[in-house]
Ligand binder design. Structure first.
Ligand code: ADP
Length: 493
């Protein structure tokens, strides 16, 4: 038998991604960044991705080179077409169903903030179309792996299961366990599931139908956006009701840390900074620090400056920060906060800023450019989250030599190496970790920060180490490619 090498390497692996959001077309959170960031990065690893998304107005407006793959007079109560085309550099399938998805604004809720009442049907339709494509209804395209994201797409592996299919193999990625897609059991037939699917071993979840639960149950692999978070959510509490189902996955549950867009976030070439810089020109950061002091009306100085860029919410630990601010100032630090969110936290911050003029600066708003300046000018970025599936601000901080001071949870645990004696000796330290999220622990972390910062050469060494890390999607995508490949190899073995 003569084995000829393929002329252009092995056949690329075909992955069908299904998601409700994709950057830059439609975004409410980190989910969109992952769904938009992975395909170009996976292409470097021999994986071709096509992404199925709902036909929201912003998606349909951007779609180019459109072809109609299929047309249905009645699909989950709606007239619909499956379109194929490209937008924002991505190969897309789009479920065009105006009755379900032609709604401006937030994809999940009406202008009054209430969830659309037909959300269970809308996203069952999306998942079901993912299932039809996966099983080869629109050949010649048949994916090797089905990759579904969050509850909106999570029913697809259940459709495969109840359709009697074991292929393609499926992966569910959980970006936010807080959104689980739990709906009434009365919908079972409307969403095309058989009666026996309503069981503890099926899609039943606390007396209703759980979309995310179904995905966890029937996907061949489940991933979260950091390894530590994958372990944490197997515990009651962090598991938010799903810990038992997650524990049953055993080794089929793992975590892959998110990448960042290293072009948008590049201190060597960042128009939002007063001065761009590299690990070899860290002294230029002083200009950004001065610009930051100006923007936040802080008194000028060389002393340690702590930045925060965050939603103001319980998750992010801002209440503890507010409580600790007097000690942080007493320790000789200045603080800038860029954030919006819960009104009581905004009020608490405003009060603190008024009590410490020149020491604490607060900007209550969302400002992308200012976020860059904080990363490029502050000495440390504080991220005291109570839980954190992955976290991006600490990753941007690492890339900008704005060293993270983080709570020891989730993706923060996985991405920041605490400056303990051993880590410093090895030259791998990149920040400070603390636990639990209390005032006492935060005070101790600040004291450690102040001492480290005072040792300029040690601090600079940590900054250079942090800035040398490869945080790109290209690298992270390798872990997804390996996971997808392991599933296909299991099949062909
Ligand atoms: P989460 O998604 O839970 O809010 P992440 O750390 O994963 O937390 O991502 C937050 C993202 O939002 C980061 O890109 C951060 O820079 C950005 N961000 C948050 N608040 C603001 C703000 N007020 N202004 C500008 N950017 C912000």
């Amino acid at each position: 038998r003569v084995i000829r090498p393929a002329p252009s390497g092995p056949r690329p692996l075909q992955v069908l991604a299904v998601a409700s959001e994709v950057f830059p077309l439609i975004k409410t959170g980190g989910l969109a960044d992952v769904v938009g960031g992975l395909p170009p990065a996976l292409a470097h690893h021999g994986v071709e991705v096509r992404t199925l998304v709902p036909g929201y107005p912003s998606v349909l407006r951007a779609l180019e080179g459109t072809t109609v793959v299929a047309e249905y007079g009645y699909f989950f109560g709606a007239f619909c077409k499956l379109l194929a085309g490209r937008a924002a550099g991505l190969d897309l399938f789009v479920l065009e169903a105006p009755q379900l998805f032609w709604r401006e604004g937030n994809p999940y809720s009406a202008p009054d903030g209430q969830p659309w009442p037909d959300n269970p049907v809308r996203f069952a339709a999306l998942a079901h179309m993912g299932y039809l494509i996966s099983r080869g209804d629109f050949g010649p395209y048949v994916p090797d792996v089905l990759h579904v994201h969050d509850w909106q797409a999570a029913l697809a592996p259940a459709y495969l299961h109840y359709g009697g299919r074991t292929k393609p193999r499926s992966v569910l990625t959980i970006h936010n366990l807080a959104f689980q897609g739990q709906f009434s059991r009365d919908l079972l037939y409307a969403i095309g599931l058989p009666g026996h699917a309503y069981s503890m071993d099926g899609v039943e979840y606390y007396g209703g139908i759980g979309y995310l639960k179904a995905g966890i149950r029937f996907a061949d692999r489940v991933t979260t956006v950091s390894p530590r978070y994958a372990a944490e959510i197997c515990q009651p509490g962090a598991g938010m009701g799903l810990d038992g189902t997650l524990r049953q996955k055993g080794l089929a549950l793992s975590g892959i840390v998110n990448g960042i867009d290293v072009d948008t976030w590049n201190p060597a070439d960042d128009p939002a900074l007063a001065a761009s810089y590299t690990a070899d020109t860290l002294e230029l950061r002083a200009r950004n620090k001065a610009a930051l002091e100006g923007r936040f009306n802080l008194e000028a100085g060389d002393g340690p400056l702590i930045g925060m860029i965050t939603r103001l919410s319980w998750q992010k630990g801002m209440d503890i920060v507010i409580e600790t601010l007097p000690s942080i100032i007493a320790a000789g630090c200045r603080v800038v906060v860029l954030g919006t969110g819960d009104a009581p936290l905004e009020a608490g911050l405003a009060k603190a800023a008024a009590a410490y003029p020149g020491k604490i600066g607060v900007f209550a708003g969302y400002d992308e450019n200012l976020a860059h300046l904080v990363q490029g000018g502050a000495d440390a970025i504080l991220v005291p989250s109570r839980f954190e599936p992955c976290g991006l601000t600490q990753l941007y901080g690492l890339r900008y030599g704005c060293l993270p001071i983080v709570s020891r949870v989730g993706g923060l645990f996985d991405t920041v190496i605490d400056a303990n004696a051993a880590a410093r000796e090895q030259g791998v330290a990149t920040g400070i970790q603390f636990e639990p999220v209390t005032r006492e622990a935060l005070e101790a972390a600040i004291a450690r920060f102040v001492a480290l910062y005072a040792d300029t050469s040690a601090w600079r060494a940590m900054q250079r180490q942090a800035m040398s890390l490869d945080l790109s999607w290209t690298r992270r995508a390798g872990a997804y490619a390996a996971l997808f490949r392991s599933l296909v190899e299991v099949d062909s073995a």
